[in-house]
Ligand binder design. Sequence first.
Ligand SMILES: Cc1cc2nc3c(=O)[nH]c(=O)nc-3n(C[C@H](O)[C@H](O)[C@H](O)COP(=O)(O)OP(=O)(O)OC[C@H]3O[C@@H](n4cnc5c(N)ncnc54)[C@H](O)[C@@H]3O)c2cc1C
Length: 308
Amino acid sequence: MLAPLILAASRSDKMRSFVSAAPGTKQVVDRFIAGESVDDVVPVIEDAAAKGLEVTLDVVGEDITTPEQASAARDAYLELVGRLKELGLGTRAEMSVKLSMFGQALEGGHELALANVRPVVEAAAAIGTTVTLDAEDHTTLDSMFAIHEELRKDFPQTGCVIQAYLFRTEDDARRLAAAGSRVRIVKGAYKEPAEVAFQDKAEIDKAYVRITRILMEGDGYPMIGSHDPRLISIAQELARRAGRKLDEYEFQMLYGIRSDEHLRLAAEGHRMRVYTAYGTDWYGYFMRRLAEKPANLLFFGRSILTKN
Ligand SMILES: Cc1cc2nc3c(=O)[nH]c(=O)nc-3n(C[C@H](O)[C@H](O)[C@H](O)COP(=O)(O)OP(=O)(O)OC[C@H]3O[C@@H](n4cnc5c(N)ncnc54)[C@H](O)[C@@H]3O)c2cc1C
């Protein structure tokens, strides 16, 4: 019941101002956001590497309104690649990008987003790492998949994300698996209408299993993005049945969520990648994390009240 309301609030400027200014917000945001700058996130990457974990880095921000902001997003990622190069961390850290932050929703946005993301993908490849295109709301996906296909002509390691809650996703999974892509499968975090997406959790979980099977049996590299223990063990079993070795797929979870599981899976010999978000424009990312678990909202509400 609460999740759709929170997701609707994630698009509201009024709520953005209220939440951003609330006294207890920072404490809760810090759980999910690794810092504000590249300098803040470097120790987090080093700590993850020391624990045998890999990371995918997300400079938070989306729904930008000017081409200048899109260029700034590109530059923020290029700065990140530069730091990874200096630190020799290129092979342990990849990057996740939201094309909306690269200008996808602006006029001529498809071409603009492609032009802005290409240098980031190029710079990542030059230091031995790669980029994954996150999946946003369903209206953006045809453009995202077309950009993914275009980038893969020169950089076949470029990854993308598919969302189990969408009816279209099994077909997307078949196409991407046959093309040998790196694909992250997630449940889906946006507010989607019943015309395009399953609304029932059990239906979404069943779709997640069907899609994971397609990816495991295909030619690509599956990335299992979930904290759900049942889906994680089903993915392990599907990988075993498909004859995949441990380095032929990976698990991914979000920074700040089920950190004990990150370590457990890594200790079992799995490649475990932590999606690590940082930056100042955290509102949309943060609200999706609140929507995923109502208990987060209670914690958030309590921290606002106790700080007042
Ligand atoms: C690496 C990664 C990348 C992602 N990229 C995208 C993307 O590109 N596009 C997109 O639409 N979605 C993305 N998501 C979000 C995803 O769609 C889900 O919303 C999110 O993963 C929650 O689903 P779940 O599979 O963890 O299962 P759930 O059933 O939601 O959660 C399982 C358990 O995990 C814990 N948990 C899950 N979420 C939270 C939380 N926010 N706070 C505290 N505990 C929590 C709880 O213990 C919960 O019971 C990504 C998720 C991951 C892990």
